[in-house]
Write a protein that binds this ligand. Structure first.
Ligand code: FES
Length: 290
């Protein structure tokens, strides 16, 4: 089945003036803990123990009783520093062992727990319950097919990632067998932000254009293309080839500078800005003036 369809966050409508990228990142951080501050607790359920009220999307095509999508309510004892992932793990371990979701590192590194939490793409392990309104609604990432409960099929996302050949392709290898291929500190700085991508899929899920154009390679793939394109160790030929891939019909030109990808990125990568930079690279190479 298709996951619940959404539009981008309503805050996105107001930013139209200068330095939009910087302002979006600042708004993102200012918003955390402000509009949704300290209200996810539900002390009506138990007067002696504070709990968090989770409303979790459930769907299982293999079980007749669960074929119809629904939301289940869980009241989880609140602990200091509890994240949405902690609360889901508690609900699974204590209330319903069939509750299904992905997670691994629990520290914002593996990117496997991208979820749609209170109407926004976020990492479960990086989202504090205390920053959210109650009830905390947890759904699978929008715009990807749901396999079961909170697990979506990421195959198409990873096909898009692979399409930009996300690996280092130098022209020449160093002479010595164990010699490093060095990079200057300045060049490392240039690709530092793009290198932070953990491929969680939050940005691509938030992009309305990626929803409508199935072939659009999407923000995550472009950011990874940027990371290798601007790496000074990349050879000239592969660099050109990579720019061909990124600037084809369903590449960077499809970005409508909607900024939703930048707003939801859990690693604060200036995604929209980097996509525009790739557009400029393609223009510089391909547009001829007579
Ligand atoms: Fe690895 Fe959240 S569990 S990023």
């Amino acid at each position: 089945m298709s996951s619940p369809q959404t539009s981008s966050s309503p805050e996105s409508a107001s930013a139209t003036e200068s330095a939009p990228q910087q302002r979006r990142v600042e708004e993102k951080h200012a918003g955390a803990g402000k509009s949704e501050s300290l209200s996810a607790t539900d002390d009506s359920a138990d007067s002696t123990e504070q709990t968090v009220h989770l409303k979790v999307f459930r769907y299982d095509p293999d079980v007749e009783a669960k074929e119809e999508p629904r939301y289940d309510d869980f009241h989880v004892p609140l602990e200091r520093g509890m994240t949405v992932l902690d609360a889901l793990i508690y609900a699974r371990d204590h209330f319903d062992s069939s509750l299904t979701f992905r997670h691994s590192c629990r520290m914002g590194v593996c990117g496997s727990d991208g979820l749609f939490i209170n109407g926004r793409q976020r990492l479960g392990c990086q989202t504090q319950i205390s920053d959210l309104d109650s009830p905390v609604q947890v759904e699978p990432l929008p715009h990807e097919p749901v396999i079961k409960d909170l697990v979506v099929d990421m195959d198409h996302f990873f096909e898009r990632m692979e399409s930009i050949e996300p690996y280092f392709q130098p022209d020449e290898l160093p002479d010595g067998e164990l010699e490093e291929q060095r990079q200057s500190p300045e060049n490392r700085e240039k690709i530092k932000e793009a290198s932070r991508c953990i491929q969680c899929g939050c940005c691509t899920s938030s992009c309305n254009h990626a929803q409508f154009d199935d072939e659009y390679i999407g923000p995550a793939a472009i950011v990874n293309g940027y990371r290798f394109y601007f790496d000074e160790r990349e050879g000239d030929e592969p660099k050109n080839h990579r720019l061909d891939i990124l600037s084809k019909e369903h590449g960077v030109w499809q970005c409508h500078t909607q900024f939703s990808c930048t707003e939801v990125c859990p690693k604060d990568i200036p995604i929209t800005e980097e996509i525009q930079e790739m557009k400029r690279e393609a223009m510089k190479r391909d547009v001829k003036f007579w």
